[in-house]
Design a protein around this ligand. Structure first.
Ligand code: ADP
Ligand code: MG
Length: 565
């Protein structure tokens, strides 16, 4: 309720809660920090996994920051802001989500201390923004340039491979599936996939279109049995036993229409009064299906990939023509096939023509574990590849998919912007040291905010050290000392629990793009939280009043999206 000229004016709906000023800000900071606390223990190669159970009882076990925040049903609006940030980082560079949340949590906790000293939020925000800009500059200075050369030649490839391996090693080793042999195998697979999908750009760097790389999961066997397929793999079988299981020089029709006769609606009524009529009705149907198949055969297709269903009778005719057919293929796979085979998806069989057909050297159904899958290899566009991921159970293959996805992004990031920086918090320590110097040159109250920013960056080495069971304060002191002696690559070897002078020498490196994105996103999220001085929240919707009416039983566990903690 607000009072103007002594007259009470009600502007908010009854039941709306309102928190203002410092209280609102503190409330938000606490929530954002709470989220950062949760993610902290998952950072780095010794980070612990989270087991997340969603409202349907499905379980995800992961230490991937992006997956954690996606599965967590975060309620508080400020924490949600951080979640959105993490998702944005993931979408942009595919890695660095945990770091982004931890860093924004640290920025906010340092901001709280400044608020206690009566420094206005806008000054903190200004200081943070300056610090961020400077940090991005410094990152470019300390980054190591990678000479990419010509990926197409074996010499060129062997020149970048060591660097790419370092970066991929850092990404993959922080996941739980790590045994050295396995990691090396996965690294090779990811590099081969990225190189196959890479296209050279004018400036000598490469663009890896990740949508050319499909990750197909198949439970069974072990992760070590995963493989790179030069082509597309469909989790489908050939529809009819009479069809060939292997077609060479495949001419592929991509069809987004049912090879079925649309059955009349239930309400429609057909009056059939004699057996002859039934017969002619069925004959008519069979003839229509036969015509469809004739048409497909006439344009020269020997493989049919159909997004919709294929009627038994149509299957029979297709088999008789020696055509291999697969049905109910996902739209996303249809689109991948379109690009890979150079074909065109047609929505009506009548319109199918020879030039719509795609091409592949080989289409073959193969047994994978207990199932059959269809492999489409030697496609017209050789940039389309599939990582076929195997693993003992759903949790393993799902986590492997996330890790490989991170690794593919990492490879793409390096090939796109060929600069790497040392990991294990070497960059953060160096940034913190340089930012403290910079703060002095800025002066005033903003100086304090820039110093706070530097302190927040040191949260990363502190967390990494604690996951490695090291003394955090001692580690920080040692690292600061090494950096002040000019050892800019000194960082934490988390695996062996010690400080090392050159992270690059122990193969811990990250693409500079990821670190930049982490710093930008964390600063923006912290600033967004600091800007808020008023929380106006609608009263929680009562379940029985909810639009959806009665809830399904399985949804009971889900809290109302409008509730605040
Ligand atoms: P994010 O979601 O932020 O990518 P990760 O769990 O992948 O989180 O951890 C990334 C952090 O772990 C980075 O700071 C990286 O430098 C560090 N890191 C990864 N591997 C190692 C290692 N072997 N030794 C030290 N630090 C490592
Ligand atoms: Mg990572």
């Amino acid at each position: 309720m607000t009072a103007l000229y002594g007259i009470p004016v009600v502007i908010l709906k009854e039941g709306t809660s309102r928190t203002q000023g410092r209280d609102a800000l503190r409330n938000n900071i606490i929530a954002a920090r709470a989220l950062a606390e949760v993610l902290k223990t998952s950072l780095g190669p010794k980070g612990l996994d989270k087991m997340l159970v969603d409202s349907f009882g499905d379980i995800t076990v992961t230490n991937d920051g992006a997956a954690i925040v996606k599965e967590m049903e975060v309620q508080h609006p400020a924490a949600k802001l951080l979640v959105e940030t993490a998702k944005a980082v993931d979408a942009e560079v595919g890695d660095g989500t945990t770091s982004a949340v931890v860093l924004s949590g640290a920025l906010l906790s340092k901001a709280e201390a400044l608020l206690d000293q009566n420094i206005h939020p806008t000054i903190i925000i200004e200081g943070y923004k300056k610090a961020m800009a400077k940090a991005l500059e410094i990152l470019d200075e300390i980054a190591v340039k990678v000479d990419i050369g010509n990926l197409e030649t074996p010499e060129g490839l062997s020149r970048v491979k060591p660097t790419l391996s370092k970066v991929l090693h850092t990404t993959l080793a922080s996941k739980y599936l790590a045994t050295p042999d396995l990691i090396n195998k996965l690294i090779d697979m990811v590099i081969s996939a990225a190189v196959a999908a890479a296209e050279k750009r004018g400036d000598g760097t490469y663009e890896v279109r990740l949508d050319n790389i499909k990750i197909e999961k198949k439970k069974g066997a072990s992760l070590a049995d995963s493989q790179l397929v030069y082509g597309i793999v469909l989790d489908k079988e050939v529809v009819h036993p009479g069809m060939p299981k292997r077609v060479e020089k495949a001419r592929i029709a991509l069809i987004d229409a049912p090879l079925e006769i649309e059955k009349p609606e239930i309400t429609a009524k057909i009056n059939i009064t004699s057996p002859e009529q039934i017969r002619s009705f069925l004959d008519e149907e069979a003839k229509m299906l036969k015509d469809m198949v004739e048409k497909i055969a006439a344009v020269g297709a020997n493989v049919v990939i159909c997004q919709k269903g294929i009627d038994d009778v149509a299957q029979h005719f297709l088999a008789k023509k020696g055509i291999l057919a697969v049905r109910r293929v996902k739209r996303s796979d249809m689109e991948k096939l379109e690009r890979a085979t150079g074909g065109r998806i047609v929505t009506s069989i009548r319109d199918l023509s020879e030039k719509d057909l795609g091409y592949a050297e080989l289409v073959e159904e193969r047994r994978v574990g207990n199932d059959k899958m269809v492999f489409i290899e030697g496609c017209k566009n050789p940039k389309a590849v599939t990582l076929l991921v195997r693993g003992a159970n759903d949790m393993v293959v799902d986590e492997a998919e996330r890790s490989l996805n991170d690794a593919l992004h990492a490879a793409r990031n390096v090939l796109r912007d060929p600069k790497i920086i040392p990991g294990g918090a070497a960059a953060e320590i160096e940034l913190a040291m340089k930012l403290r110097k910079y703060a002095e040159s800025v002066g005033g109250k903003e100086q304090l905010a820039i110093q706070a920013f530097a302190e927040a960056l040191e949260e990363i080495p502190v967390v990494l050290a604690s996951t490695a069971g090291m003394d955090t304060l001692e580690t920080l002191m040692e690292l600061r000392k090494l950096h002040s002696e000019g050892k800019i690559y000194a960082g934490i070897d988390v695996i062996n629990g010690k400080v090392v002078e050159d992270m690059l020498a122990i193969n811990v490196a990250e693409p500079v793009t990821v670190k930049k994105q982490v710093i930008k996103a964390a600063t923006e999220a912290a600033a967004a939280v600091l800007k808020v001085d008023d929380i106006i929240a609608a009263s929680p919707m009562k379940k029985e009043e909810g639009k959806a009416g009665k809830k399904e039983e399985g949804e009971e566990g889900e809290k109302s999206k409008f509730e605040f903690d």
